[in-house]
Design a protein. Structure first.
Length: 341
């Protein structure tokens, strides 16, 4: 029995990670409060893998329910913790909601994880902890900068909480994965990203515009100090990102980690501008996208892309899929959910 708990396992990155875990023979239990996900995702996962993971609807803010869950599942050997709110703009308007939802819940989960016979823990962190880094590509030793938003702050504080616990509890083995920009969908088009309302992120906005749900994409700023004036990011295919979680988990299970709290950048190492992402979409979809230039968006950094050497050399993980692969999978997913042929 290799039972893994995936919190937020019906969300975008969580669901793709559940697929990869099941493909590798792990038994998965998902807890999710369905606040930003749907039960249909379970069908997608079972249709891809042939296995329906166990699921319990639990809001992790309810500490008693978390305690009961863990006392019923003492044989869990690893926890991958995705459950969290993730909209940067919303976090500015609702800071207390973000601190409660992302940090209280982390504490409640950790309080149970440290009591397990096998305390292996993977945390969803973000490149947002680096802010506008001084040097590109960004290494893990780049300084963590003052957070731009309560959301970003929850990722920084979350890492500090885990690190503090690791210092006094050598039983806890933790890895924090700092994601760059996750995009794309499973190649089967059976699971993917399902943003609530108007998408805040670039790729779902592109695919919804192409699908006719939005009139026109606004490209936020064309006067940045980059090759074409638009912002540069490191867009990582969600399937590659999901696989990084499995590799990190195995590292802990096999005792290969060098300290009980490690951090790794998870990106491709390639920076792409907004215009390059649009070009990739047009190339793989065969259609042109309606877009216009608009003023800069507050809080956007000019560029952020990963130095992936540590993940490549120490974690033994490397991204395999290209920006075109990711854009094609995102478009196939959008077409599938909108019934576009
Ligand atoms: N962009 C547009 N138009 C849009 C949406 C985005 O031009 O409609 C641009 C942004 O200005 C940015 C790029 O596309 O230059 C990527 O924007 P996203 O919103 O897709 O991603 P971000 O890099 O802003 O945010 C991501 C994650 C956050 C995380 C942040 C860390 O979504 O969770 O990286 O930098 F906090």
């Amino acid at each position: 029995m290799k039972k893994i708990l995936v919190t937020g396992g019906l969300g975008f990155i969580g669901s793709h990670t559940v697929v990869e875990l099941q493909n590798e023979g792990f038994e998965v239990v998902i807890i999710d409060d369905l606040s930003n996900s749907s039960l249909d995702v379970l069908d997608g996962i079972s249709s891809i893998t042939g296995i329906t993971p166990k699921f319990e609807k639990i809001d992790i803010k309810e500490k008693g329910k978390v305690q009961t869950f863990f006392s019923d599942h003492k044989d869990i050997i690893g926890v991958i913790h995705f459950a969290a709110s993730k909209a940067v703009g919303e976090s500015v308007l609702k800071p207390l909601h973000y601190y409660e939802n992302n940090l209280n819940t982390l504490v409640y989960i950790l309080q149970e994880v440290v009591g397990l016979p096998s305390s292996n823990f993977i945390f969803s962190s973000s490149c947002t902890v680096y802010g506008q880094a001084e040097h590109m590509p960004i290494t893990e030793s780049a300084p963590v900068q003052a957070a731009e938003s309560p959301y970003g702050n929850t990722k920084q504080i979350g890492e500090e909480i885990i690190n503090d616990v690791c210092k006094v509890d050598s039983n806890l083995q933790a890895i924090s994965l700092r994601y760059f920009n996750p995009i794309g969908a499973h190649p089967s088009a059976k699971i993917g990203e399902l943003p609530l309302g108007v998408p805040q992120n670039l790729v779902p906005y592109i695919t919804q515009t192409a699908a006719g749900l939005r009139d026109c994409l606004s490209v936020f700023g064309n006067d940045y100090a980059t090759s074409d004036g638009t912002c540069v990011r490191d867009y990582i295919h969600v399937v590659d990102l999901a696989k990084a979680h499995v590799v990190a988990l195995k590292r802990l299970l096999e005792g290969d980690n060098r300290s009980n709290f490690e951090t790794f950048n998870i990106g491709t190492g390639i920076g792409s501008s907004v215009l390059e992402v649009i070009k990739s979409f047009e190339n793989v979809s065969g259609q042109s996208l309606n877009y216009k230039f608009a003023p800069r968006r507050e809080g956007d950094v000019t560029e952020a892309y990963a130095d992936t050497k540590k993940a490549n050399d120490i974690l033994g993980w490397q991204s395999q899929l290209t920006l075109d692969d990711a854009m094609l999978s995102a478009w196939n997913w959008e077409k599938n959910i909108r019934n576009i042929k």
